[in-house]
Design a protein around this ligand. Sequence first.
Ligand code: RUQ
Ligand code: CUA
Length: 671
Amino acid sequence: MSLAALVAASTFIGCKPKKMGHIAVDSDAAQQVYVAPGQYDEYYNFVSGGFSGQVSVYGLPSGRLLKVIPVFSQNGENGYGYDENTKPMLNTSFGFVPWDDSHHTQLSETDAMYDGRWLFINANNTPRIARIDLKTFRTAEIIELPNTGGNHASPFITCNTEYLVAGTRFSVPADYEDGDVPIDKYKEKFRGHISYIKVDQKTGGLSLDFQLSLPPFNYDLSHSGKNASADWSFFTCYNTEEAHSLLEVNASQNDKDYILAVNWKKAAEHARKGDFTIEKAKYAHNVFDESTLQAKSEILDQVKVIDTKKFNDFLYLIPCPKSPHGVDVDPTGEYIVGNGKLSANLPVFSFSKIMKAIEQKQFEGKVDGINVIKYEAALHGEVQSPGLGSLHTEFDAEGNAYTSFFISSEIVKWNLKSLKIEDRIPTYYSVGHLSVLGADTKKPYGKYMVAYNKITKDCFLPTGPELCQAAQLYDISGGKMKLILEFPLIGEPHYASAIAASQVKPNVLLFTKLEDNHNPYKIKSAQEARVERHGKRVDVYIAAIRSRLVPDNIEGINVGDEVYLHVTNIEQEWDIPHGFAVKGANNAELLVMPGETCTLKWIPNRAGIIPYYCTDFCSALHQEMQGYFRVSPAGKSTPIKFTIDDKLPSQFNATKPTTQSGAAKTGHNRK
Ligand code: RUQ
Ligand code: CUA
């Protein structure tokens, strides 16, 4: 098919038959995905929320939504990014950014296998990487990346979690240069930066180790090698035309773009030897401290940049047909698939051939000092006409690859060695990413595959102009791909990572022990509840316990005071959160987990009686969990007064039967 025809075809999205009745689903499909009440799913599946900026957690094979983990966006469900504790997590060098776009999940690995410790994900728009702790399912850390625009080729992990790599989608003038330049000076003034973010092996702590300054291409996606190729990271580059307008046409001129191969161990050696310049930068580093339950944000101000025009003995360009999107490395580390969006064939490169080509200097030239390896010298072979608009490829443990085709809306299974097509199956509709569970490890689980589809019209009941996107689950254990389930998703799914529940579940934190809560505003019992005035600032220490908020009647607050409401949930039991809402508070509410302390800032702006209450139905007498503020006009000196019932038990008086958590505890895993 000609390029023009391909581009034309790409504007048709999901030509779809009229009825869903045409989808053939085996009669035993329901049984395969049915997880009975009280039973657990076999896998946690972490799915990027795309434009929601979050991560959602689904159980597989049931497809049930277990949780939304807030990462790069404020979250009205639990106050993330609204309460004083987590607001600093969304701080950037641009100030507070309440909503971003998250694309690629990565699970931490040891020896190219998931170790169940952390999940990483990128913010695409205001470039950042987050680390989520899989003990708490909370965002533990966010680091911003300077010199980057559109942090899309990010974050991709090396096989012992040494580094997360992140490439810029938009090349831009570096932050340390005068960026006030005419945009048509693109070729001279713009550069692409790739970041290597070091991961502390014990704590998971992130630090920006060094960056590579590269030609001004668009760096789209990445994956790191395994086994023999473990020291290498691979990136797709499109717009090697270095166009800066109408990219749809101008960046689709070259017959081949590139895959960039970087030996990151050698790059790190250069960084150690001092082959870099220290450049001025401004980027935020935000950490949530699990012991104080508070986040801190600091702005860092420099970065090591290696200029690849000067130091380039550790990186190579490999021609790759037509605007490649995903670059995917198979479980052995030998095969590297470049997914050319506009290419008729699918090229598969061989790592050992690439090494040989480098040794024998089989180069066809240089770009900005970087050697370009001859296409044929690096190529294992091409899968002939597999489909239209290839985006991503994943792998099973038996030497098969599965490629998603957006335009022809299908997944094609082919053999890595023979490059022969073995099976194909339609998706409903226009699949983007796909995930064969465990495909980015050296031993994929290989049982299920999930397609993440961009278009769902008519898959579900219509919900107005805005439709949810969908995942489709396939059984791939029997040679042929079999569709067994379809379920709606939150936001736009890009990449997703699934891990066996048995690797995560035993370590999950059920609640924080009060003695481990080192928040400076915590109180240990209802008797410590109090109100303190320091000038215009008022600190209210509130205990939440079934079924009271203590104190329950507070006087002596004035209009315009800065009131900090520190709510400690003094329950010591799993699954007993308390909420907190005060009428007219125009920033947030709170949801406080057992043993934890959360702070809401409230500036009352009218005089009168203002009620507050618990927002989480925690007990039979939840509706009784309430209190009143008396707000006096500014300047009036109403004395501070509040009520604490002396007869309160210091331990909770449970009035809510805890059958739900009891059932969960005695439930059995399916396997
Ligand atoms: S992308 S649909 Cu943001 Cu990973 Cu390919
Ligand atoms: Cu606490 Cu309702």
